[in-house]
Design a protein around this ligand. Sequence first.
Ligand code: NAD
Ligand code: 3PG
Length: 626
Amino acid sequence: MASSASAKPLFKPPLTSKSTSKSSLVSFVTTAPSVSNTSLKLSRSRSCHSRRSFVFNNVLKTVDPSRSSVLSSEDLESSSLDSKPAILVSEKLGDAGLQLLRGLGRVECAYDLSPEDLCSKISSFDALIVRSGTKVTRQVFEAAKGKLKVVGRAGVGIDNVDLQAATEFGCLVVNAPTANTIAAAEHGIALLAAMARNVAQADASMKAGKWQRSKYVGVSLVGKTLAVMGFGKVGSEVARRAKGLGMNVIAHDPYAPADRARAIGVDLVSFDEAISTADFISLHMPLTPTTNKIFNDDTFGKMKKGVRIINVARGGVIDEDALVRALDSGVVAQAALDVFTEEPPSKDSKLVQHENVTVTPHLGASTKEAQEGVAIEVAEAVLGALNGELSATAVNAPMVAPEVLSELAPYVALAEKLGRLAVQLVAGGSGIKSVKVVYRSARDPDDLDTRLLRAMITKGIIEPISNTYINLVNADFIAKQKGLRISEERIVVDSSREFPVDSIQVQISNVGSKFASAVSETGEISIEGKVKYGQPHLTCVGSFGVDVSLEGNLILCRQIDQPGMIGRVGNILGEHNVNVSFMSVGRTYRRKKAIMAIGVDEEPPKEALGKIGSVPAINEFVFLKL
Ligand SMILES: NC(=O)c1ccc[n+]([C@@H]2O[C@H](COP(=O)([O-])OP(=O)(O)OC[C@H]3O[C@@H](n4cnc5c(N)ncnc54)[C@H](O)[C@@H]3O)[C@@H](O)[C@H]2O)c1
Ligand SMILES: O=C(O)[C@H](O)COP(=O)(O)O
């Protein structure tokens, strides 16, 4: 048997790269205790309610051994060149970000790949980093064959990434949402001023040898009304700067808080009020199915005649043919555009060629400062994700604050193990439709973020019975796809508020069990666990209280409560060189029914299990893999 009895959680620091530590989330390793013969822990309980190491990157990694899994920091630190994660950078990325990536990964920069080339290469890469020019389509995720774990968008807009496909394939998408805000806002203001004073047109005219002072009389900005459509990061920075130019600024954003707008002297108004009262309209909303062509014949028709439009958001929010019509009719006096439905637009695009239109080739984020910033921001997010950390800039996974992650880490391990145990108790192992998870906690229900725990229970339940790999990104999607309904209940209990969760109970209803004693009085398979000394423990099976550390494998026996049972089963396992790590007996009444839970390091041979089954006082038993 093993020799040490101590249970000590080890807190492992994140990747050693200096800049990675700025935004990275903590990764944990907790080492399960091994227990010697002499310190074999025995406990007796009446009823329920009176290593291996766990690496936190379990949350994101793939577990199908035929697929390469997300690397732990140990892997990264000790890896040879070939075993470093492979990162494909498909568009120009700032040097600082590339250096970070090269410190920990094998980086290939391949710009201007055709969609076919991208698809043919992608299955060799763990991560892909793009800007707005690469379309990361469903075909790309299909071609990746499960190898691709993270797509990093070096910028804000993720409309070029098929998020639904990414989620279905369990691929995390992260972006760099903050580093180019100022650059985009400054470009918006540059276009606003340049358009109002015909800077680009006058420049072209002079370079053509002309001197046309009366042709390029402009309009003033001071005192004019600017409508900012989309009052997020860029929109509010544009508004702040426009206020400085003496403009009256209003904004429309269905999701922006009014107090944030008020703080910079901006009134939030309805869509129609914004577009019908503005002299200038600046677009700063994302391209989504709702905002697609939101500026069209109908909406241009509601604008003040002679309105001027600036777009540094996405070309797709404007119906470009309708804009040409509005420019031709004079409803829109001028437009200044940095973004287009198709990029680059066709050479003979009427919009680009229109004399009242000023254009730039998607330069909003193109300052040295912003490019260095987004490169670092995305590199940190991608490396963090490859290290199994949840990114603060995750686009298709719940964002979980670092302090919440650190608190929940041991409960995440417990959740997965409970899911894994519960499914093995189901007769036939399948046909599960309905799972209920009950969290008992002293904290208010609002104070407990259970998304991670639910994802890991889902992972524990589905992975043993299918070849689907599950992580935090795709857990809910896969559960839904498999028709598995997972409901949650939170019960406030009178215990310590120091810990987020007192116990987690997993119930599977409407199924038979291969271990009848796991079925509770109300008819569902029910097991419950707690975290004790940082380790997941099984504390309840059906209506029987037990206490066994969840490590290695588990044997559950229902027996008649009588002397000598522990010794008999222990001897059988000893004869077959199977190391017992924990043992616990739970009974309903003295000398009546009892459940013995035995943790074992090795899988007992069939012969040993047969001998246990033939002990006369043992009514039923089951062997479960953790
Ligand atoms: N041209 C460039 O190079 C460049 C650079 C940076 C950002 N962008 C684009 O600018 C846009 C804004 O970026 P951000 O960083 O400010 O993003 P953000 O998420 O901070 O802000 C977007 C805002 O739009 C709002 N919004 C969503 N739907 C809306 C609707 N129907 N009507 C009005 N508002 C709506 C959201 O509530 C949010 O407040 C994005 O599309 C981004 O891709 C372009
Ligand atoms: O959404 C963004 O961040 C901008 O549009 C920048 O795109 P780019 O990285 O292609 O310059």
